[in-house]
Design a protein around this ligand. Structure first.
Ligand code: SF4
Length: 63
């Protein structure tokens, strides 16, 4: 599974980073960087949580 961000929607608040700071990193300029966007199946619950809690609906999961 892969987690992707729509940077046109992301507002850089960093809720995702607070859920998984090893994956999501908001840069000083507010741009979100995703580290290792291809995630193992064991990470699905955590990635789903980030997707559902993003206030801008900027994150999504693809298979
Ligand atoms: S929670 Fe959503 S809006 Fe906030 S930094 Fe993450 S992807 Fe961007």
């Amino acid at each position: 599974m892969k987690v992707v961000v729509d940077l046109a929607k992301c507002t850089g608040h960093g809720i995702c980073e607070s859920i998984a700071d090893d994956v999501f990193e908001v840069q000083d300029d507010g741009t979100l960087v995703i580290h290792d966007s291809e995630r193992p199946e064991s990470d699905r619950d955590r990635m789903r949580q980030a997707v559902t809690q993003c206030p801008a609906a900027a994150l999504s999961l693809t298979e």
